[in-house]
Design a protein around this ligand. Sequence first.
Ligand code: ATP
Length: 336
Amino acid sequence: MIDVEGLTKRYGDKTVVDRATFTVRPGRVTGFLGPNGAGKSTTMRMMLGLDHPTAGTVAVNGRRYRDLAAPLCEVGALIDAKAVHGGRSAYDHLRFLARSNGIGRRRVDEVLETVGLRDAARKAPKGFSLGMGQRLGIAAALLGDPGILLFDEPVNGLDPDGILWIRTLMRQLAAEGRAVFVSSHLMSEMALTADHLVVIGRGRILADTGMNEFIDANAAGHVHVVSPEQDRLNRLLAGRRLRLRPDPEGGVRVYGATAEQIGELTAAEGLRLHQLATVRPSLEEAFMRLTGDSVEYHAGPANPASAQHPNAQHPSAQPPDGARRPNDTRVSEVRT
Ligand SMILES: Nc1ncnc2c1ncn2[C@@H]1O[C@H](COP(=O)(O)OP(=O)(O)OP(=O)(O)O)[C@@H](O)[C@H]1O
């Protein structure tokens, strides 16, 4: 378990982490979510004793990181996969780390096997692909069989196979009872991986809550309705003062009524429906809603419409596509 209390980091007059308080608990994946520059890496570096906080404390299993006798056996981390000696072989790199923490040779073989690098063990990381580098970083994190794992943007730049592998590994580590803390600004990936979320924006913790609670609290779901008599349907629903938006896949999105209510209403009017589906809001919509309220952060230029909450006035009815986007959407810092 990691307890972060009032953690603050200032560079000159800029406060990049501002009184962050949260706990990383065992048995679940806690996602650390925030736009670029929000303070995720700085927070994680302070959690690992790599940066000195201006104020606040971090307790790893009740102790400061620097007071841990064998840190690798309590907390493993992937912060910067490129931070390895490029010329030394993957095996030697791990062997060196292991020896400095009193970990035996056999464990080096085990973690190389776990991350799928056994055949590349004698090769130097300077010739590794991005994915292989990430795997080596994860092998180092696992070396001491720690109960706590921190991963900073572990899927950045990976192909779908690599992303799936890391997601599965994180879920497995949490299922084994470990505390897994992972930062990302990839929404759909986080939605699939994390049980719990800590959201940071401009250095401040904006939310510390379960994934489903976060989505429910910050975004509205809708009902997707498709009819062969779409114009008639739209007039009927609009007449009931429901909010409508065109759906990119056809039909309309209806906000403010349940599927049951819409089904009853249309049946009473003898109006045929081809689809009537309740659609839960996405993590992306919830995140945009929350961080959109802060001044400095909003959706990048690729899809400005998705930042708009359905409850806001949106007369042009430009459909947001966030809820159904198959790929990850990055969140970027936009200076205003
Ligand atoms: N050594 C430093 N000196 C001055 N400012 C810094 C330093 N390190 C980080 N910052 C600033 O602190 C802020 C937070 O940076 P940080 O890297 O922690 O954000 P992040 O959420 O991890 O972003 P990203 O998703 O882009 O990695 C940024 O505005 C960054 O420019």
